[in-house]
Design a protein around this ligand. Structure first.
Ligand code: SAM
Length: 261
């Protein structure tokens, strides 16, 4: 029976196994997404589904991937990335010649690698640092590997594709080592783990879609404390923060929020 008791038992098991706390995600959406799997698989309850899927490593990895939706691409929402590249990063570099950047919820790595390419072109001789984190270990392994299909590169210019990737068989593209060098991949749960401090720029894009309002609020407050004065938070193109002023941010431009200097 897929009732409240069953849902509670499922949440408990999931949390014990993965540290993912579904209480911090929007319940109707999560119930619907997971409920689809339960019904499709012919199970009678969330709990029964969990007990089955947890037995197979690959099935369980696929389940976590489905749950956290890892879709990403290079240079996602090109007009926003163009602003980042042409206005925001050059401005930040005036204050800190070497930047400390965090790509939070980096998924397959397209976001941190895009950043690395931008930094290489804007200041080829400086050693910047990019922290790239995600909750999902499997996806981090893919990110570290850095091998992509054509569709994931569709917003990237042909020049960059040519310059920063090695063409592999089956229309795959591998990121060159020079672009990987300054990226540190790390597992990190944004709803649970402690936050590093001292960032010039934090990207958290298309990650919070299923977080509750309270969880989002706490997250943006934590990011605020992690930014240096003058540092900037860059969010997804549908994720404008309405109460940014209450948290101390000023609006730098749409979808970019600044920790005041
Ligand atoms: C849709 S992808 C976004 C990737 C990239 N930022 C972009 O905009 O293309 C969302 C990522 O957020 C991660 N995620 C979801 N909940 C998380 C949490 N609590 N802590 C860290 N990462 C989380 C997922 O694993 C997934 O890889």
């Amino acid at each position: 029976m897929m009732d409240d008791k069953d849902w509670a038992a499922f949440k408990k098991k999931l949390k014990a196994k993965t540290e993912i706390d579904l209480d911090l995600y929007k319940e109707p959406q999560m119930k619907r997404r997971i409920g689809n799997l339960v019904t499709r698989g012919g199970f009678n309850s969330f709990s029964e589904y969990f007990d089955s899927v947890v037995k197979d490593k690959d099935d369980f990895a696929a389940f976590i991937e489905y749950l956290t939706i890892n879709v990403s691409e290079f240079y996602r929402t090109p007009d926003k990335f163009a602003q980042l590249e042409k206005e925001v990063i050059p401005e930040l570099m005036k204050r800190s010649p070497t930047l400390n950047i965090w790509s939070a919820g980096c998924s397959i790595g397209a976001e941190p690698y895009t950043l690395s390419m931008i930094l290489k072109e804007l200041s080829p001789n400086k050693k910047h640092r990019i922290l790239a984190s995600d909750l999902d270990i499997e996806i981090l392994a893919k990110a570290k590997k850095g091998v992509y299909v054509e569709n994931e590169l569709k917003s990237l210019s042909p020049q960059r594709r040519e310059k920063y990737f090695t063409k592999m068989p089956e229309d795959k593209y591998a990121v060159k080592p020079e672009i990987k060098q300054n990226i540190e991949f790390k597992r990190h749960n944004l709803l649970k783990d402690p936050f590093e401090k001292g960032f010039d720029l934090i990207l958290c894009r298309n990650v919070v879609i299923y977080f509750t309002e309270e969880a989002k609020d706490q997250l943006y407050r934590n990011f605020f404390a992690s930014l240096k004065p003058g540092g900037i938070l860059f969010v997804g193109a549908t994720e404008a923060i309405l109460n940014f002023r209450n948290m101390g941010y000023t609006s730098y431009k749409p979808f970019f929020y600044q920790h005041p200097l």
